[in-house]
Write a protein that binds this ligand. Structure first.
Ligand code: A2P
Length: 262
């Protein structure tokens, strides 16, 4: 391998779990020198046999910053340039990992507040899977409301398994207590809470369901992650409540995923 300190490294796949024919998660070894903040994303990829160069894509890191493994949650696209290969990985295989992580869905880009809302759809839950396992999240906010909206019930499994397991987590279990609320809704199957997150915010059903007041810029902070359309639509609604967008250099009241840009 290259001696360039900024060159990507090859990491070993440790576990793979498939949830549906469209969704799976996997973890890889973490090089001791790889540092990141919970909520960030990194380029990962594979070099398929016969391909001229590696195929790399931005992936949110789903594991928290303190963990010694790196976990990812991925969609499977049958003819996707990367995921058509990535979905076949097994423990012991190798994945290429870039050196540097970046991202806007980090606690540092938000001002202090009372409640932190994390609005996610589909695999957009990944950065929040990292943040809900990070003690710093609970040090900064009193109440964390993670929403996850999917088309069908099976697509909620990854997030529900994770939030259920956190109660017994030795690091954050006690801190969490009843401060993490995981709100799930479905759009294409019967379910107690039905509808897109945008609809649930606008109708007020989200706040009724969570026992929280409507969004307000004094107390509430928001992170948004999903498809580009979901991000844009949710952002527009959050702005109608008077929240302004923050960044690493100018923290404010809400942030959106920027992994799609560039
Ligand atoms: P819907 O079933 O009404 O399209 P996807 O798998 O396409 O990314 O969708 C994941 C979830 O996000 C689905 O429940 C989908 O609802 C919802 N969704 C799709 N587009 C938007 C949007 N623009 N705003 C809010 N939610 C959306």
């Amino acid at each position: 391998m290259s001696t360039n300190p900024n060159a990507p490294t090859r990491e070993t796949v440790l576990d793979v779990e498939h949830y549906t024919d469209r969704l799976f998660s996997f973890s890889i070894t973490r090089p001791p020198s790889f540092r990141f903040r919970s909520g960030e994303f990194v380029m990962i990829g594979l070099h398929p046999e016969g391909a001229k160069k590696p195929i790399m894509r931005a992936y949110s890191i789903a594991s928290p910053a303190w963990d010694d493994k790196l976990e990812f949650y991925s969609i499977k696209v049958p003819d996707g340039p990367l995921t058509s290969h990535l979905q076949k990985i097994r423990p012991g295989d190798q994945v290429i990992l870039a050196k540097k992580s970046v991202g806007t869905l980090v606690l540092d880009a938000l001002l202090p507040g009372k409640r932190l809302y994390m609005f996610s759809t589909g695999t957009g839950i990944a950065p929040f899977a990292s943040l809900i396992r990070d003690p710093e999240t609970y040090e900064r906010y009193e109440k964390i409301i993670l929403t996850h909206t999917c088309r069908q019930r099976a697509e909620l499994s990854y997030g529900l398994n994770l939030s259920n397991s956190l109660k017994d987590d030795p690091l954050v279990g006690e801190m969490i207590g009843d401060r993490l609320l995981h709100v799930t809704s479905l759009t294409r199957e019967d379910y107690p809470l039905k509808g897109r997150i945008t609809t649930l915010i606008e109708s007020g059903d989200l706040f009724k369901n969570s026992g929280t007041p409507k969004l307000n810029p004094e107390e509430d902070r928001v992170m948004i992650c999903g498809s580009m359309d979901m991000i844009n639509d949710t952002k527009a609604i959050v702005e109608t409540f008077g929240l302004t967008e923050g960044s690493n250099s100018a923290p404010a009241e809400f942030v959106v995923e920027k992994a799609f840009v560039g």
